[in-house]
Design a protein around this ligand. Structure first.
Ligand code: DAS
Length: 356
């Protein structure tokens, strides 16, 4: 078909204008990096009705991003596959590697926010570790899903969309590491996986910080515990995490676990006691021996909500024990490992458990 030179010039000019407008629109969008580690959000089941029976950590980050074209309208997204594992199998070394990558990216001027896709089983521990050790005010969002993307009513796509949306939000800056699950914006410090088979799985006894709905954040409270820029701990100065283990309390408990762990070379033992961090009277001497051998003893509770009162169920001052405040055993372990990179003074450790 003949096209006049005038029309060809007009068409070329229009194409240039469109390309320039698109480039400007893309430049206006925030730059978000997605660090993928595996989990159900990267899982796949045999059929759409397999919402709970599936293989985790199967889908790569590029496929996750390609499967969500809506992301291109809210951010310039880049993906990195850091690990591809179910999160119950992550190690403390994995945690260090991930946190160091997050820290490095957060220092780049061309990165506005970071999303970590993660299995839900230990998502709460990673989120807490990052909020304790990464010095940035930029949004860092940890996200997972309870159903694989192959399942009916899968939750991963919207959870990921929300995570990227919050990661690119200026009003999410300076709030510590966040978790976006089930339309809620949770504090990485406070949140725990509280239901193991529902999409409404992540809870905090102190409530979510807000909600994200259709790409907009609605905030209702802000964290008061120290995090990120206010933290005295810095991942760039941490090369290893000291060994810390957990022993649970329950009716009929023996001292077997406590005695064995106490002699295993650990630096601290978290006791996940009953009630308000109670310790069976027959194993108090065993915990006292663990302390006498130089291991820090930290009283937490197996009860999900509330907080352990110092000197209530046990004379912590007398025994030189520390209490975990409102932290569940698995979170108390994260804080203990981080704190022990700086001090083993029990008064300092107790201050740290009050403040973080
Ligand atoms: N095994 C779980 C994990 O990887 C799957 C999940 O829920 O993400 O944490």
């Amino acid at each position: 078909m003949y096209l006049s030179p005038r029309f060809r010039a007009f068409a070329a000019g229009a194409a240039l204008l469109a390309a320039s407008a698109l480039a400007q629109a893309q430049q206006a969008l925030p730059n978000v990096v997605i660090l993928a580690t595996g989990g159900t959000i990267a899982g796949a089941g045999a059929s759409a009705v397999n919402s709970a029976t599936y293989a985790a950590a199967k889908v790569g980050v590029e496929k996750l991003i390609a499967g969500l074209p809506e992301l291109t309208k809210i951010a310039n997204v880049k993906g990195e596959q850091v690990f591809q594992v179910a999160s119950e199998s992550l190690t403390d070394d994995n945690l260090l590697t991930l946190a160091k990558r997050v820290s490095a990216l957060s220092k780049q001027s061309d990165v506005d926010g970071i999303v970590i896709t993660h299995g839900t089983d230990t998502l709460e521990e990673t989120a807490y570790f990052l909020t304790l050790t990464v010095h940035t005010a930029k949004p860092i969002i940890v996200v997972g899903s309870m159903r694989p993307g192959t399942a009916l009513s899968a939750d991963g796509a919207l959870n990921l969309y929300n995570a990227v949306s919050v990661a690119g939000s200026k009003d999410a800056m300076g709030k510590g590491v966040l978790v976006t699950m089930n339309d809620e914006i949770q504090s990485g410090r406070d949140v725990s996986k509280s239901i193991n088979i529902k999409t409404e799985a992540f809870k905090s006894q102190w409530g979510p910080l807000g909600m994200v709905v259709e790409g907009r954040n609605y905030w209702f409270r802000a964290p008061v515990k120290r995090h990120t820029m206010q933290s005295e701990f810095d991942i760039d100065a941490i090369t290893a995490l000291p060994p810390v283990e957990i022993a649970m309390g329950y009716e009929g408990v023996s001292s077997t676990a406590i005695d064995a762990l106490g002699k295993s070379g650990i630096k601290a033992l978290i006791h996940g006691g009953t009630g308000n961090g109670s310790v069976a009277n027959r194993i108090v001497p065993n915990l006292q021996k663990v302390r006498a051998d130089g291991v820090i003893v930290i009283r937490s509770s197996r009860v999900p909500d509330g907080f352990v009162l110092r000197n209530a169920e046990q004379p912590d001052d007398k025994y030189d024990w520390v209490v975990a405040h409102d932290l569940r055993p698995q979170k108390a372990r994260i804080l203990a490992m981080v704190a022990l990179t700086k001090t083993s003074d029990t008064k300092e450790l107790q201050r740290i458990f009050w403040e973080y």
